[in-house]
Design a protein around this ligand. Sequence first.
Ligand SMILES: NC(=O)c1ccc[n+]([C@@H]2O[C@H](COP(=O)([O-])OP(=O)(O)OC[C@H]3O[C@@H](n4cnc5c(N)ncnc54)[C@H](O)[C@@H]3O)[C@@H](O)[C@H]2O)c1
Length: 431
Amino acid sequence: MLIERLHDKRAVIGIVGLGYVGLPLMLRYGEAGYKVVGFDVDPEKVATLSKGKSYIEHIRSTSIATALDQGFEATTDFTRARDVDALIICVPTPLNRYREPDLSFVIDTIDSLLPYIRRGQVISLESTTYPGTTEEELLPRIESIGLTVGEDVFLVYSPEREDPGNPDFVTRTIPKICGGATKMCLQAGVALYDQIIDQVVPVSSTRAAEMTKLLENIHRAVNIGLVNEMKTVADRMGINIYEVIDAAATKPFGFVPYYPGPGLGGHCIPVDPFYLTWKAREYGLHTRFIELAGEVNSSMPEWVVTKVAEGLNRDSKAVRGSKILVLGIAYKKNVDDMRESPAVEIMELLRNKGAFISYHDPHVLQFPAMRDHKFDLSSDELNPDMLGQHDCIVITTDHDAVDYELVRAHAQLIVDTRGIYRKSEKHIVKA
Ligand SMILES: NC(=O)c1ccc[n+]([C@@H]2O[C@H](COP(=O)([O-])OP(=O)(O)OC[C@H]3O[C@@H](n4cnc5c(N)ncnc54)[C@H](O)[C@@H]3O)[C@@H](O)[C@H]2O)c1
């Protein structure tokens, strides 16, 4: 019986998609004493992991090696899906070029698994997506092979919650939402997760679980949009937005501080809200908050570039021909993840205006291959001479490993998009 196997840890856990979400989950199941088989379509990742090496900076190679000792196997062979009791799907859900949901990874995954799905398995989708995906896309495919969901196999949606680079939370301590296609499905889903997560939060349906994840991320996107708009107003009024946020945050109820920045980045916050926007259209609804926040947030790189131009102008310089160093190109502090990073858009806008661009990022030593951007650059070492030789330093990501005092002391002009420098100084422009 599946639930017993899950409870006494005889169950074998299959994780499909060994990325930022799948890998920590694999490690947690291994640590809890389960045998884990990891599936990925990328043979390079599978080969790297099979050698006990990590390809993500904040996941240590020693952790992968320990998992291998505990019985973890990574494979591209989907026939092995027969051998597992649980299939947890953690594949990408990006937007296509019309900014509409691209479910192709999820659909390809379920199609590759279908021949091997068997009675007695629990299948959990973790990828972020619009309400309805699990039951409109996965359920009919699974039932097309003659299995009944809720009787033969159990289907749940359980969104991943992760804050890469934040040491205060680990997979075990982040409560996990779970919604089932039927009551039995939910029971199986809770059994799947409650051995590895301190608190599983059951909800009444897969759609409620899907919507919960979107609410969380839309909440962030909208509040960041709001504070970015407040920043531009405060700037025009000559008020320091960070002083205002810190002061407001002393209110012990009803206020949550969000901080402005150069725009949204990462795989989640700039992308996920538009999954709801797309689905809402089917119901004749416009998601105006989401659109507005998207508009404000996506205008931030342009706004930062305007600030760079103003700063240079004060020094009687043009953007064209200036040497500009972009400091921090990962999308957020202390990680090496470049997905949707606004720093890259800023680099591109400045290059288009004729600036000579270089960058420093202690977490991204080589500018990676990206689908839509190309820079043949590697991270420059920061030192007093090189800082002084640049016309402008644009701080786009506030990594802890950077010596901001060194930058302050030697740069000719700093454009600070992260509120690193709280005091006003002539050569520091807040953006
Ligand atoms: N990164 C985060 O912090 C985070 C947090 C919460 C939710 N999510 C969501 O989790 C999902 C996965 O995100 P991620 O950041 O782990 O992505 P990722 O790109 O790091 O990892 C996805 C993995 O899936 C693999 N893959 C692609 N197609 C496949 C297929 N058909 N079969 C098997 N493997 C396949 C890729 O090779 C890759 O290794 C997305 O829906 C994302 O929105 C991400």
